[in-house]
Structures are given as C-alpha cells and as structure tokens.
Design a protein around this ligand. Structure first.
Ligand SMILES: Cc1cc2nc3c(=O)[nH]c(=O)nc-3n(C[C@H](O)[C@H](O)[C@H](O)COP(=O)(O)OP(=O)(O)OC[C@H]3O[C@@H](n4cnc5c(N)ncnc54)[C@H](O)[C@@H]3O)c2cc1C
Length: 413
C-alpha cells in the first residue's frame, strides 16, 4: 500500500538506484519495450552519489577489453539522446596521451595500441616535442614512448546521467524520487517485488543498481555481492596558462596518476598506497556531508606527489583549489558485477563499477535492459559474473581489504 492506501500497479521492472546505471537501464528498457512499465526508485535525488562526483574520463581504449564495447555504446547513445532532446552533452573530445616511462609500461602501451587497432580506434605514437606542445605542463624527459588516442573524451557526468533519466521519462518510465527500497518480496526462489518506504511494488524483475549500497539489497536474497565501497579522490589546481582548456587528458601509469583539463585548471588523481574502504552498511544514505578525508587528501598527495612531479615539475608550486572524493564499488579483479544470479529468479545486479561507471554506462544500460526483458544480451558479460568469487561475505573485513587493494594497484584513469 502507498501513502494514500491505494494499490500500486504492478510493474514489469523495478530499478533500485537513480545513479547513472539505474538511469541508463531505465532509458533502454523504456525505449525498447514501449508497452512495458518500468519504475525507478531513488531515495535522494538522481545522480546524487558517485555519479555527480566522477572525474568522468570516458576512456574507450583500455587494457580491459571487456569494458570497450560498453563504452563504445555510451558514445553512440550520447549522440542519440542529444538528437532526441535537441541539446548538447558537450563532450570534450580532447584525446588521451599515454606516457610510458619504464620497460613494463612501454610493453603495456604497445599492447594498448594493438587493442585500439582491434576495435578500429585511431591511435598513434607521438614525439616528446609534440606531446609537450599539446600538454605544456608535461615533462617528457623520462618518457620512453608516448601514445595518443585522439577520440577519447571526458564529460559532465551529472548531465549524462540526467539525459538518460529525461529521455527515459519521455519514453514512459516512472521515476520516483525520495522513495527508498527497504527490502525484497520473495516467493520460493523467486523475487516478486520490492518493499519501499511508500509500500510494496510487485514486479516481474528487480534490478539492484544501488551503487555502493547494492550489497545490502542483494544480501536480502542471500547473495554476497563481490564488491566494496572504496574511496576515489582527485584534486583541482588553481588556473594557469600551463593548462589550456583544449589540451588532452594524460595517463601516467608509472606514477599511477591521471590528469585532464578543467576549465583552465588541472584535475588530477593519484593512487594512494592504502585505499580507504568502508562497509556498505556504514556508508551514510546521503553522502553530501560525508567527510572522506580530514585533510582533503593532503597526506596522500605528499606521500605520492614525488611520483607525479617526475612528469609535472610544476606540481609543488601550483595551488590546489578543490578536493573531490566519493565511494565507488571496487572488486578484486577490477571487473564489473553485472547480470543474473544463479539460483535466484527475478533479481538482476548492476554494480561494481571500479571507477569506470560513467564510461561504461551505455553498455550496462542496454545489456541489463535486454536481460530484464528476457532477451539476449548484445554484450559479453561473462567476466562480470556475480558468482565468480564463489560465496563471499560482502561485509567482512577480509573482503573489504581485498577490494581496497584493487584500487591501490590501479594504474589507469
Ligand atoms: C571521485 C570519483 C571519480 C570517478 N571518476 C570516474 C571517471 O573518471 N570515469 C568513470 O567512468 N567513472 C568514474 N567514477 C566512477 C563513477 O562515478 C561510478 O562508476 C558511477 O557513478 C556508478 O554509478 P551507479 O549508478 O552505480 O552509482 P551511484 O551514482 O552511486 O548511484 C546509486 C544510487 O542508488 C541510490 N540508492 C542506494 N540505495 C537505495 C535504496 N535502498 N533505495 C533507493 N535508492 C537507493 C543512491 O541514492 C544513489 O543515487 C568516479 C567515481 C568517483 C567517486
């Protein structure tokens, strides 16, 4: 029953979570199934959590092949939604520089250039002089090889998330804000609905797209999701002529760092040696006032700054204006957690973004929507299987530490 004691109509699909994953799924499901009813539940505002905090590098060419088709779909759907709404998403097609300064990273870069070829993405090597011309802050003395992928982009992640939601609404999706999923309704081995703060909703299928809180709902169905909330953080410098607005993004795997322009400033991230991890049950429902770091990550910057200064000598002189942090769902193998759960009918999972959820949102949305409609998934989700680590306890300290280690070791943006 809802607040007015009226019966809530049965939905074909209920999506829990209005971040970019939930919004993208609602978009594709409502587009491809105009005769079916989809309800998206968001307890706060749309895209309030990880999505609005992302640095939003849309990296297409990466060593993890499983992500590439999903990201290509994001670029495709972005154009379609721009046409649909008659507005621009204003993607910044700046391209990406990959700087390799050790034999191991040169080998990885050579493999990456091969991967770009496989997926028909333009990519070529450039000289240190050319690189410095494109990126004035970059010191290239130690670079052994520099690759350039011209069609890479970054975007406004909040806008991309809301484009999905706005188009979904136009196509008939019902988006209910301020409504919390409190639990699942089950009959035998099948999930048949969701308990919400406004009463029960019966449905053929529930998708748990609750971001770092996804393990809490999955736990209701006896499923341990293989992911954990791990902090990501980045800094934005003061403005300087060193940071032209149209210069490329830069990946520095030898420094475990990335950077991109941010309207005349530089946005950069660098991996800390020990990533902060939290139990999903302890992450507050509204993270807008959550303190991710007492010192705005300054200790981490001091500890790791030397690695970055090898490539960015101005690092110690430039002022830092902003600090941004948030939780993303990390897994030990840095793969997503997507799809069906063996032995549980009526519940699908869309989570475990590993800090790449903006870039892969298109492929997550389309694949999940097709699975929810009982059709064949156009993407290969085999590496994202929910049960690939066997039975796990998503809330145990050992598990949380395993997931945090995956972020500390991450070398790409
Ligand atoms: C600092 C930072 C930098 C990042 N940089 C990048 C990047 O450069 N490139 C990239 O691709 N990705 C990046 N990411 C990752 C990206 O932001 C995430 O992968 C993506 O936003 C995940 O989307 P989501 O929908 O799964 O989660 P979220 O956006 O967190 O959404 C989950 C939603 O579920 C809602 N919810 C939870 N429980 C319930 C419930 N019980 N009932 C109702 N609603 C509920 C929450 O309120 C929330 O709105 C970054 C993340 C961070 C934090």
């Amino acid at each position: 029953m809802n607040k007015n004691n009226t019966t809530i109509p049965k939905a074909d699909l209920v999506i829990v979570g209005g971040g970019i994953f939930g919004c993208a799924i609602a978009y594709y499901f409502s587009r491809n199934n105009p005769d079916k009813k989809v309800i998206l539940l968001e307890r706060n505002e749309l895209n309030n959590a990880a999505t609005s905090r992302a640095a939003a590098l849309m990296t297409m060419v990466r060593s993890k092949r499983s992500y590439i088709p999903l990201t290509i779909e994001t670029f495709k759907v972005a154009k379609e939604m721009e046409r649909e709404l008659g507005e621009t998403l204003d993607f910044k097609n700046s391209g990406m520089l990959h700087v390799a300064a050790s034999d191991a990273k040169v080998k990885a870069l050579e493999e990456l250039m091969q991967i770009a070829k496989e997926y028909n993405q333009e990519a070529y090597y450039i000289s240190p002089e050319e690189a410095r011309k494109k990126v004035p802050w970059l010191k290239t003395d130690e670079a052994l090889k520099i690759g350039f992928v011209p069609n890479e982009a970054y975007c406004d992640p909040y806008m991309l998330g809301t484009f999905f939601a706005r188009c979904a609404k136009r196509q008939g999706a019902e988006i209910r804000l301020g409504v919390e999923a409190l639990g699942l309704l089950g009959e035998g081995d099948k999930i048949v609905g969701v308990k919400t703060s406004e009463g029960n909703i019966h449905t053929e299928c529930v998708i748990d797209a609750a971001g770092v809180w996804a393990p809490i709902l999955a736990n209701e169905a006896g499923v341990g999701l293989p992911m954990a909330p791990v902090r990501s953080q980045y800094w934005i410098t003061e403005r300087s002529e060193l940071f032209p607005v149209d210069s490329p993004m830069v990946l520095l795997p030898d420094a475990q760092a990335y950077a991109r322009p941010e309207g005349g400033s530089l946005l950069f991230g660098i991996r800390e040696s020990n990533s902060v991890v939290e139990s999903p049950k302890k992450v507050p429902r509204d993270i807008s006032d959550f303190v991710f770091s007492d010192d705005d990550g300054m200790n981490d910057l001091i500890e790791n700054g030397e690695k970055l200064a090898r490539f960015f000598p101005g690092f110690y002189d430039i002022g830092i204006k902003y600090y941004v942090a948030g939780f993303s769902g990390y897994t030990p193998d840095s793969q997503l957690v997507l799809g069906e759960i063996p032995g549980v009918k009526g519940l699908l999972i869309a989570s475990g973004c590993c800090g790449a959820g903006i870039s892969v949102a298109g492929g997550v949305g389309l694949g999940m929507a097709e699975l929810a409609a009982g059709r064949i998934n156009p993407f290969d989700y085999s590496e994202f299987s929910v049960k690939r680590f066997g039975e796990i306890d998503s809330f145990s300290n050992d598990w949380l530490e395993r997931c945090a280690a995956a972020r500390s070791n991450k070398v790409s943006g």
